[in-house]
Design a protein around this ligand. Structure first.
Ligand SMILES: [Zn+2]
Length: 412
C-alpha cells in the first residue's frame, strides 16, 4: 500500500452556472460491460481463514488489536468471511501469516496464494521509517492499511489497475491485474489508490460490500443487498464534481455557472432500471434518461456502467440559475416515468417529500438503505419486497460567465 497523502486532493474548480440543458440525444447510452477486480484463482475455498502473527511482542499488542478490529468492522461485518486464530504462528502453519515490520505494508500475493507463505502479509505498526504522517495518527493508519491489505488477502487486486481508471490513476498501477470483474469500476473502493480519501479511510464502499458478498456470501444476520448504485458527476474536462451527503440529499460542493457541461456516470452492480431527471428553481422537470419515453420498453434493466447522456454528449446548464436538483432513480421494475414527472410537477413542497409521496408504495424502506460511507454518491439496499431507491443531488447553479457554447459539442 502506498503512503497517505499529506493533504487532501484539491479539486479543480470551474466557473459558475444554471438550469439544465440537455445536449442532443439520440445515440444509445454507452454501456460498458467491464466489471471489477479480483483474482478468481486466489479465492479461498473456505470462508473461515486462519490468521497468525509471526513475530508478535507485547509492544505491538495495540497494533494487533486495531488490525483485528478493523477487519471485523469491514470484511467480516459485511460477508460470511471469518478470520480466525490471531495467535502466534506455529511453524509451518497455514492461512495468513503476518509479519510486523517497519516497512511498506504489502502482501506477497492475492487471496489464498499466500496460504501458509512466510510473511505472506507485512503490516507496519510504528511507521518510523515509512511514513512521516502515520506516527501522529497511528490508529487511523494501522486500521486503514489493514483493511486494504486484507482486501488483497481476500483476492481483491488494485481497483485503479482497471482499464476504466483515468490515465493518472493508471500511472499508479501496481501488482497483478485481476481476472474477475466483480462490480463496476469503483473510485471509492478501499483498493483504489485514486480514491479521494486515502484507501477510503478504511471504510468499505458500497461496491466493496457488494463485491465481498458476491465472492464470500452475505452475512446471515444482514439482509441481502439486491439493489445498489453509485453516481458520479464529471466535468467536460474530466474532473470530478465532488459531492457530499447532507441530510437525505447529496450536494455538489462547488457552484457551477451557466454553460457548464458535464456527464453523469451511473454504476449498478445489480440489474436495475434507471431513470434520471432534473428539477430546476422554476419547478420545471427535465427528463434526462432514458432519452425517449418509448425507449423504456426496449431499455432492459442495465447492469454496470451507464454514461448519461452518452459518450458523445454532455448535459449543459442553461440560463436559469438557482438550486437545481438531479434525481437518479434505481428501480427493480419499470416505472411509469412520464406519469411520475407529471405528478411531481403538480405537487407542492420539497422535491424529496413529493418524490416519496409519488413513489410511496414502491420505495425501499430507509432503514434498509445504506449510503456509501466513503464519500461520493451511492448506496446499497435490501429491497425487501419494495423496488425503488431515489437519489437526489442538489446543484448550486450560479450566474456568471455566459455559456460559450449553446450547441452540442462536436463529435455528435
Ligand atoms: Zn495494495
Amino acid at each position: 500500500m502506498r503512503r497517505p497523502r499529506r493533504t487532501t486532493r484539491l479539486w479543480r474548480r470551474v466557473l459558475g452556472w444554471t438550469g439544465l440543458w440537455l445536449g442532443l440525444l439520440g445515440t444509445p447510452a454507452l454501456q460498458a460491460q467491464d466489471r471489477a477486480f479480483a483474482l478468481r484463482a486466489a479465492m479461498w475455498d473456505s470462508r473461515t481463514i486462519p490468521v497468525c502473527w509471526e513475530n508478535p511482542t507485547e509492544a505491538d499488542s495495540q497494533g494487533r488489536q486495531w488490525t483485528r478490529a478493523a477487519v471485523q468492522d469491514t470484511w467480516e461485518r459485511f460477508s460470511q468471511v471469518r478470520f480466525v486464530g490471531w495467535q502466534a504462528c506455529p511453524p509451518q502453519s497455514r492461512g495468513i501469516r503476518i509479519r510486523i515490520a517497519d516497512e511498506g505494508p504489502h502482501v506477497r500475493g492475492a487471496g489464498k496464494l499466500i496460504d501458509g507463505v512466510p510473511a505472506g502479509m507485512v503490516l507496519n505498526f510504528t511507521f518510523r521509517r515509512w511514513s512521516a504522517s502515520c506516527p501522529q495518527q497511528l490508529e487511523y493508519c494501522v486500521k486503514t492499511l489493514a483493511v486494504h491489505e486484507f482486501g488483497h488477502a481476500l483476492s481483491f487486486v488494485h481497483e485503479h489497475n482497471r482499464p476504466e481508471a483515468s490515465v493518472a490513476c493508471q500511472a499508479e498501477r501496481q501488482g497483478p491485474d485481476g481476472d474477475f470483474l466483480v462490480t463496476p469500476y469503483d473510485l471509492y473502493s478501499v483498493m483504489n489508490y485514486c480514491n479521494p480519501q486515502w484507501a477510503g479511510n478504511g471504510r468499505l464502499s458500497a461496491l466493496d460490500i457488494v463485491a465481498v458478498q458476491q465472492l464470500y456470501g452475505a452475512p446471515p444476520q444482514e439482509p441481502v443487498v439486491d439493489l445498489a448504485g453509485s453516481v458520479r458527476f464529471v466535468l467536460e474536462s474530466g474532473a470530478e464534481m465532488p459531492a457530499r451527503r447532507q441530510g437525505s440529499l447529496y450536494v455538489l460542493t462547488t457552484p457551477y455557472p451557466s454553460g457548464t457541461r458535464f456527464r453523469v456516470m451511473v454504476s449498478s452492480p445489480q440489474p436495475a432500471y434507471l431513470y434520471v431527471f432534473g428539477f430546476d428553481r422554476l419547478e420545471k422537470s427535465y427528463r434526462i434518461f432514458p432519452p425517449a419515453l418509448d425507449d423504456q420498453a426496449t431499455r432492459a434493466a442495465f447492469q454496470n456502467h451507464i454514461v448519461i447522456p452518452d459518450a458523445a454528449h454532455y448535459i449543459q446548464l442553461d440560463e436559469t440559475t438557482g438550486t437545481e436538483y438531479m434525481c437518479v432513480v434505481f428501480a427493480r421494475q419499470p416505472l411509469p416515468f412520464a406519469a411520475i414527472l407529471q405528478r411531481l410537477e403538480g405537487m407542492r413542497g420539497a422535491l424529496l417529500s413529493r418524490l416519496r409521496m409519488v413513489l410511496e408504495p414502491d420505495l425501499v424502506a430507509e432503514e434498509f438503505i445504506r449510503p456509501t460511507e466513503t464519500g461520493g454518491i451511492g448506496f446499497t439496499a435490501a429491497s425487501r419486497g419494495r423496488t425503488v431507491v431515489p437519489i437526489i443531488v442538489a446543484l448550486d447553479h450560479v450566474g456568471g460567465e455566459s455559456p460559450r457554447h449553446t450547441t452540442p459539442p462536436a463529435g455528435r
